[in-house]
Design a protein around this ligand. Structure first.
Ligand code: CTP
Ligand code: MG
Length: 377
């Protein structure tokens, strides 16, 4: 059984609005129409896109689709154009799919193709769950019996010669799906289970639902970091990327920014990628007096390289002096800038140790950080 598919993408998306037709909007990193094509391609020998070739060419580049053919004024005309373009290839069966449906679960197409062994047409559909009302002018006229009502989705599957013949013969206009042609001709069309995620992008608010359905699942990973540097004369005090006026600075190989070092270690820990010393060995002269901003940029780059994002980081500086609170907002802003995230994700706070221990005696400053990174599951 040779299967082909038609992807109708010639609509203008008037209910959606926006500058370009909705099927070219980006969802979860790809144009909607590209997601839709990728749902069908594993199941068919040929995929015929219908719509503006200048827009479809780039959106479907590299997928191995047939060259796009222009559509018509109504959806039915666009389907017809696709069917005619496939005629030289004479497939046995054809799937007709809305380019505006980018999320077809894997079980749908095999169920449709299996049904075509029994009947000339099959569509995915879901039973209506809500109570239905007929209304006019905002007032209910009647309750509509819900039993036996289904919501039709695409892709819809047909014996190709049957659908081509019916489209050529049809005088009906304004049909919003292809099953209707078989129904009118008295031919059997079976239902297979549809899917709630098989959303048709119709209104702007559908974008959020699709984004959720298509975005890869992300799992939280928590990392912890801790660092200490000794206070020493003749050094600038750099904490969380901010120079803090103080009589003493922190001693160390780099600029000794204890806050950034602990933050880097928390991120490396969340990624299970070692610690700051592994990435920037203190034995290397390059890092002498280095700006620790460089280390944090590297840690942020590792998150991106793993396809993740930072969910939050909570930095605690531990020292008796200087007072951190007056500088906390600047530190938060600088860290967010270096990490490329909103300031709301980064917290900087401080505590003393009640004059106890090395921090209490003013011999050094410690920092403790917890960070959460979201990584693809
Ligand atoms: N379609 C098409 N040719 C048309 C009209 C619609 O190829 N003349 C396609 C759309 O691109 C979409 C699918 O048919 O993939 C379903 O149509 P619909 O959701 O109604 O899309 P639009 O017609 O673009 O949107 P609207 O009705 O809001 O203008
Ligand atoms: Mg329409």
């Amino acid at each position: 059984m040779r299967a082909a598919a038609i992807l109708v993408a010639a609509g203008s998306g008037t209910r959606f609005g926006a500058g370009q037709p909705k099927q070219f909007a980006n969802v979860a990193g790809k144009p909607v129409v590209r997601w839709a094509a990728e749902c069908l391609l594993p199941h068919v020998a040929h995929l015929q896109p219908v719509g503006d070739p200048a827009l479809l060419g780039p959106a479907l580049a590299g997928l191995g689709c047939l060259p796009a053919v222009p559509g018509g004024g109504a959806r039915q005309d666009s389907v017809r154009a696709g069917l005619e373009a496939l005629a030289p290839l004479a497939p046995d069966v054809v799937l007709v799919h809305d380019a505006a449906r980018p999320c077809v679960p894997g079980h749908v197409v095999p169920a449709l193709l299996a049904a075509l062994a029994r009947v000339p047409g099959a569509i995915p559909a879901l039973p209506v769950a809500d109570t239905l009302k007929r209304a006019a002018g905002g007032r209910i006229e009647a309750t509509v019996e819900r039993a036996g009502l289904f919501r039709a989705q695409t892709p819809q599957a047909f014996h190709y010669p049957t659908l081509l013949r019916l489209h050529r013969q049809s005088g009906a206009t304004g049909l919003t799906d292809d099953a209707a042609l078989l129904e009118d001709a008295g031919l059997a069309v079976d239902l297979v289970p549809g899917a709630e995620d098989n959303i048709k992008l119709t209104y702007p608010e559908d974008l959020m639902r699709l984004e959720r359905a298509l975005a890869p699942a992300m799992l939280p990973r928590v990392g912890i970091g801790f660092d200490v540097h000794a206070l020493a004369p003749d050094r600038a005090l750099v904490l969380c990327g901010v120079v803090v006026p103080h009589a003493l600075g922190l001693a160390g190989h780099s600029d000794a920014d204890v806050g950034i070092h602990a933050l880097c270690d928390a991120i490396y820990g969340a990624l299970a990628e070692g610690d700051i010393g592994r990435h920037f060995p203190p034995s290397e002269a390059t890092w002498k007096d280095a700006d620790s901003a460089h280390f944090l940029a590297h840690a942020a780059g590792r998150i991106v390289a793993r396809g993740g994002r930072l969910a939050n980081a909570d930095v605690t500086l531990i020292c008796e002096k200087p007072k951190i609170t007056p500088h906390a907002a600047a530190m938060q802003a600088r860290l967010s800038e270096l990490l490329g995230v909103g300031p709301g994700l980064i917290s900087v706070k401080a505590t003393t140790t009640e004059r106890l221990g090395f921090a209490g005696r003013g011999e050094g400053i410690a920092a403790q950080v917890v960070a959460t990174v979201l990584l693809p599951a």
